[in-house]
Design a protein around this ligand. Structure first.
Ligand code: UN1
Length: 511
């Protein structure tokens, strides 16, 4: 029998974790309801920031940028992030508690998310000594041509509920070493994790002598986000969320010639070829499709499997889903593999997508039912679903943020790649194959059109060392590792003449 924790127990656990992180467990009944998807109950009301408050926060972050942070040597800025990484290690379990309580992640994934924050802090500390510019040969004698990277300004970070802390850390750790200051609007669904992160960063700033206003938190809804997006002092808006949100944000930022970094929806597929190691592929696909209850932007939503192995492979997948169905419930329980959906809207979207898929001729092979309704009528636990589709219909081309895996079959590899790419989104894609030519073709220019392309691993669970993001409706932004830091800085090209002459470029003669 599954016993879910009560809302009161979760409130107490969240309050204790917040207090250990140095955040006062606020309770403002008129504020944002800090809800837990484990029971659907409200834990705390978190005060929301109105547009005026956003203006004040941006003003303070801008002053900290202008008067101090941009001029602080980058390796010293790295000290702040190094200290933050230490505090994250110390409070790993507290933050993971909050992630589970607020986003519903199972324990190991919640700990993994905090680990991702620690990893990106380590990466950013190293980066603070590696913000390299290039030197190029000048065409003119006695001249030096080079580029310098400078801090950009205030970065407005907008994050989603499903990675409530890691995506903030990707942006904030990198932005801070780049000399930017940050104003963060977290998802309305996860204000408590945000309070904890903000408190830890404030402690790190106090410990290292950085200005307190290098980071400001502005919890709130649409209006709050809108005020951040429209503020001309926000040099870069880094927003993670739906395509609908991106469509609203991008033109508004462009209208004031601000910069945007967008990380929007995914509709990620794995191709399973006849040569694939089917046991390995099963594990990769099941984690990709059902992990985090299907609520990652990298979640695998489509399976494109070769006709010759379809029956054998689907048999394995359906078996594995059968085992998952017994492990749905309390995400704090070590045996649980699938926690709740974030709320009623997500469940409604899942139901509607399943109805549409069957209306399109799809067959539900397993899953889809709501569970634990009696134990927790306001929470939404579901069995992850696998649906075999006759074609890649509109609903398959749509990102539904829930655990539905649509299955399509293919005959030749080119057809598989074409199906893979025939969706509006372009975040992540995988191929399971032992045929080297197929693997290389998938990775080549004519292959998968995504920002993240994998061989023999699933679509989700990227490491922080690579650049994270995707193409097409995914928005084109890149965050986290590699040279994603460049989006957080401005480049100045410098030409220095030490010749005593004034030769003009391109051989122009004048005066
Ligand atoms: C997201 O879902 O917004 O690659 C981020 C992954 C994680 C990050 C996902 N490292 O699945």
């Amino acid at each position: 029998m599954i016993i879910l924790p009560t809302t009161d127990q979760l409130r107490e656990r969240a309050g204790a974790a917040l207090a250990r992180c140095g955040a006062e467990p606020v309770d403002d009944a008129s504020g944002l309801p800090g809800r837990t998807p484990l029971t659907g109950g409200v834990l705390f009301g978190v005060p929301a920031t109105d547009p005026e408050g956003v203006g004040a926060a941006v003003g303070a972050a801008h002053a900290a940028f202008r008067d101090s942070w941009r001029g602080t040597p980058a390796p010293q800025r790295g000290e702040l992030v190094r200290r933050l990484g230490e505090l994250l290690r110390e409070h790993k379990s507290d933050l993971a508690d909050l992630v589970t309580i607020e986003a519903g992640k199972i324990r190991s994934e919640a700990l993994g998310e905090v680990q991702e924050m620690i990893d990106v802090c380590d990466f950013a500390v190293g980066l603070s000594r590696q913000l390299y510019g290039r030197t190029m040969p000048s065409e003119r004698p006695g001249h030096r041509l080079m580029e310098t990277w400078h801090p950009l300004g205030v970065v407005g970070v907008v994050t989603a509920f499903n990675f409530p802390v890691a995506v903030w850390a990707w942006n904030t750790a990198v932005a801070l070493v780049c000399g930017d200051t940050v104003v963060w609007k977290p998802s309305e669904a996860t204000p408590m994790t945000a309070l904890a992160c903000h408190a830890l960063l404030a402690r790190a700033a106090a410990d290292t002598g950085a200005p307190a206003d290098v980071h400001r938190l502005v919890p709130g809804g649409r209006e709050t986000g809108g005020a951040l997006v429209d503020d001309p002092r926000v040099a870069l808006v880094s927003a993670t969320g739906s395509v609908r949100m991106g469509r609203e944000v991008a033109p508004r930022v462009a209208a004031r010639f601000g910069k945007c970094l967008l990380e929007l929806g995914g509709n990620n597929a794995a191709v399973v070829a006849p040569s694939a190691d089917l046991d390995l592929a099963t594990r990769g696909v099941v984690f990709g499709a059902a992990g985090t209850a299907g609520q990652r932007c990298t979640t695998q939503r489509r399976l494109i499997v070769h006709e010759d192995v379809a029956e054998a492979f689907l048999g394995r997948v359906v078996d594995a889903y059968g085992r998952l169905a017994e492990r749905i419930g309390d995400p704090f329980d070590d045996a649980t593999l699938v926690g709740p959906l974030i709320g009623a809207g997500a469940h409604e979207a899942m139901r509607a997508a399943l109805d549409q898929a069957t209306a399109d001729g799809g067959t539900v092979l397993t899953g889809g039912a709501r569970c634990l309704e009696k134990d927790a009528p306001d929470a939404y636990y579901v069995e992850p679903a696998v649906v075999r589709m006759p074609a890649q219909t509109e609903i398959v081309r749509t990102e539904t943020f829930a655990p539905i895996l649509y299955v399509l079959t293919y005959r030749d590899f080119e057809e598989a790649v074409a199906l893979h790419n025939a969706v509006p989104q372009g975040l992540s894609g995988s191929v399971f194959t032992q045929d080297q030519r197929e693997a290389e073709r998938f990775l080549a220019a004519e292959g998968a059109d995504c920002g993240i392309v994998n061989v023999n691993i699933g679509t989700s669970g990227a490491e922080i060392g690579g650049a994270f993001g995707g193409e097409k409706e995914t928005g084109g932004g890149r965050e986290s590792g590699s040279d994603a830091w460049r989006a957080y800085m401005r480049r100045a090209t410098n030409t220095v003449n030490h010749s005593g002459e004034l030769p003009l470029a391109q051989g122009v003669n004048f005066l």
